[in-house]
Design a protein around this ligand. Sequence first.
Ligand code: ADP
Ligand code: MG
Ligand code: MG
Length: 256
Amino acid sequence: MSTLEIRDLKVSVKLPDGQLKPILVGVDLTVRAGETHAIMGPNGSGKSTLAYSIAGHPKYEITGGSVTLDGADVLSMTVDERARAGLFLAMQYPVEVPGVSVANFLRTAKTAIDGEAPKLRTWSADLRGAMQRLQMDPAFAQRNVNEGFSGGEKKRHEIVQLELLKPKMAILDETDSGLDIDALRVVSEGVNRVRETGDTGLLLITHYTRILRYIKPDYVHVFAGGRIVEEGGPELAEKLEAEGYARYLAETGPAT
Ligand code: ADP
Ligand code: MG
Ligand code: MG
């Protein structure tokens, strides 16, 4: 069983003038395969910074601490190596990949991660099945990645990737933003299917509680001011829904 361990992680963002602005001030978190964790917190609390740091985004500089996956040092891996190691990072604002169809993109990603190309016949059936479960038009597979995708299409594409690539750890940043209620349900069902395999650890990042009506996290961590300020079970999400983040902001300063 896989384990992602984040220890005393400190991260600064590189500003255009070359200065470093500290964002994460010491984050500790352990996610095991089969567990679902929610990170919740107000805007500007550093949630996306955590996701980007684990993804290896060059704008973020690690100034302390460690991230390991089954003991292997994630922070010294290239972005490709992180994916091959079994990390899946669905970014809040996925980029366009000009001239590459969804079908080709997924097959290339699968090949890179598994180290061999998937068998064409089973692969086609797997892809069709995954798209069907997310209620996507089969023609979608021929579109270029993220080109003109609606918010809902981006998120569905994200979950199709998750189902087909079967990562050890998946970090989903704001998977619920920009979704109408039907899309939210379809996407949540997809996440729950991945969860039920028990093979993937899930880290859901959100500042809304609404997705947590469909996906019940095992653990909830509240982020404020670049660190975890409170932890609990699913009941903590309900408390946040009722009370908001004002209490935490009083301690850490206003959202940015
Ligand atoms: P969240 O995802 O919780 O809304 P972020 O991780 O996006 O928070 O941002 C955390 C803090 O880091 C915010 O104060 C934000 O303004 C700051 N920040 C993030 N990226 C940059 C950047 N490129 N330049 C300056 N500040 C940044
Ligand atoms: Mg934000
Ligand atoms: Mg964010």
